[in-house]
Design a binder for this molecule. Structure first.
Ligand SMILES: Nc1ncnc2c1ncn2[C@@H]1O[C@H](COP(=O)(O)OP(=O)(O)OP(=O)(O)O)[C@@H](O)[C@H]1O
Length: 455
């Protein structure tokens, strides 16, 4: 049974009708006390709660009810309804334990999708999965690993794939975020439709709208032909927004708007288009920390991370290293027609102890380079060693090998080095890096490098 809490009879009636027609049983409450009684006594499967009671536009009454409900029932999914103008209220509600929020006016399809998603996610998790069990149920062919943490992740991926829930995938660079995003798509009923990847780090705010929503010819000076936006390309499929932590503030608000309303306008056209796209985002940044630092919108964070999947670093799942190496070797056997290629146990033990800050991508590159360069089929520690730290070549620059560090890590190291060299003098360090003092402050904050504020 779904409980609808709203003092507006029109809202109660229309939502009841919608949900009943879709086959749910429904009950309603027109004020907070009644709703609380029903939640305690009748244990609904889901609660839809309008935060803006018309006699109390501050939303306080709704928020108090939410707090009270969470004290007695931590599990019942709660979906909030607010006006677009009171998005902060929705964020406050999410912090207090609500599961999702909708804006008025809502689309019926959106309500039904969210209800279905929350009810599916609520069903109890099946425990103790083995890799075999998971493979029987889902398609994870390209994802290698048997680490318990990874199996948990795969189980979550399988379980949430069929819903429309937004998923945020976090983890260091090279841990397989894109692969997991693809697996969500492949195991969903959108699998036969497009999977569209967008690297948000590479899209400046001036290009954001034309890239994501498309434009018509003549929309701006350079728009010589009509262009389809990424959301339209991903229609009925999945859009994968990679590097979401790199999105500039003005683009964040535009993205929030489309995820919220599920509609957008093509640049230069007044026609409104509807988005029917599953949204999966990824980042190697700590978005919670970015929210605290005022660099990422909190409402956008809540919108994109109904489900959060955090991928472990490879150093925390070392037992998977041999499985991964063998998987890469098997592929290379075919590609290079070298059926006798193998990595003996001793070499494997050595590989397992490598720090591999670039995670699976670094391991894959290392295996590929070693196979390419080494002439023997039985790969020895020296073969890998020479590719891990290749001997200095003439004119070789001193940058680390590709895959070893991300651009952010290189930048952070350079900033630290300049600060140390100039004894933490901001002006000098900034000048030596070729950036302004403000730009240096931003980077010090970003990488959490301590500095003397009186400087
Ligand atoms: N579990 C895995 N099994 C096999 N290959 C994997 C696995 N995880 C990652 N890979 C491979 O490692 C490489 C990096 O993975 P991917 O691009 O998904 O990482 P990422 O976390 O998205 O990286 P970035 O943050 O840098 O974008 C890819 O070639 C991918 O196929």
């Amino acid at each position: 049974m779904i409980l609808i809490v709203d003092d507006d009879i029109a809202v109660r009636t229309s939502l009841s009708l919608l949900l009943k027609t879709a086959g749910y049983s429904v009950c309603t409450a027109d004020h907070a006390e009644r709703a609380y009684e029903m939640i305690v006594n009748e244990t609904p499967q889901l609660v839809i709660l309008d935060l803006n009671f018309s006699n109390d536009t501050s939303g306080k009454e709704g928020i108090m009810l939410l707090e009270k409900v969470r004290q007695v029932n931590a599990r019942v999914p709660i979906m909030l309804i607010t006006g677009w103008a009171s998005i902060e209220l929705a964020v406050q509600g999410m912090k207090l334990g609500a599961d999702d929020f909708l804006n008025k006016p809502w689309s019926n399809e959106h309500v039904l999708q969210s209800v279905e998603t929350l009810l599916t996610l609520r069903t109890a998790r099946t425990v103790s999965k083995t890799r075999k069990d998971l493979d029987r149920k889902y398609n994870f062919r390209q994802i290698i690993g048997e680490d318990a943490g990874l199996l948990d992740i795969l189980e979550t991926v399988g379980r949430v794939a069929s819903t429309n829930a937004s998923v945020l995938i976090t983890g260091e660079s090279g841990t397989g975020k894109e692969l997991i995003a693809e697996a969500i798509h492949l195991n969903s009923n959108r699998a036969s439709k497009p999977f569209v990847k967008v690297n948000l780090g590479g899209i400046s705010s001036s290009l954001f709208e034309s890239e994501m929503f498309g434009h018509v010819r003549g929309a701006f000076t350079d728009a010589r032909i009509d262009r389809m936006g990424r959301f339209e390309m991903a229609n009925k499929g999945t859009i994968f927004l990679d590097e979401i932590g790199d999105l500039e503030a003005s683009s964040q608000v535009k993205l929030l708007r489309v995820l919220q309303d599920r509609t957008y306008e093509v640049l230069g056209s007044s026609r409104t288009k509807t988005v029917d796209t599953r949204v999966v985002c990824a980042t190697n940044k700590d978005l919670n920390q970015m929210v605290s630092a005022g660099l990422f919108r909190e409402d956008l964070l809540y919108r994109i991370n109904l489900i959060n999947i955090h991928l472990p670093a490879l150093r925390d799942r070392k037992d998977d290293i041999p499985l991964l190496v063998n998987f890469f070797i098997d592929n290379l056997k075919e590609i290079y027609n070298r059926p006798l290629l193998q990595v003996p146990a001793q070499t494997m033990r050595w590989l397992k102890e490598l720090p591999l800050p670039g995670n699976i991508r670094q391991l894959k590159n290392l295996v590929e380079r070693t196979v390419l360069i080494s002439l023997r089929d039985e790969l020895k520690v020296e073969d890998f060693k020479s590719q891990l730290h290749p001997a200095p070549k003439e004119n070789r620059n001193s940058l680390p090998e590709v895959g070893v560090m991300t651009l952010d890590q290189v930048e952070a190291e350079m900033v630290k080095q300049a600060m140390k060299y100039h004894n933490n003098r901001i002006t000098r360090a900034a000048a030596s890096l070729g950036i302004t003092r403000n730009a240096l402050y931003r980077r010090l904050e970003k990488y959490q490098i301590p500095y003397d504020e009186s400087e």
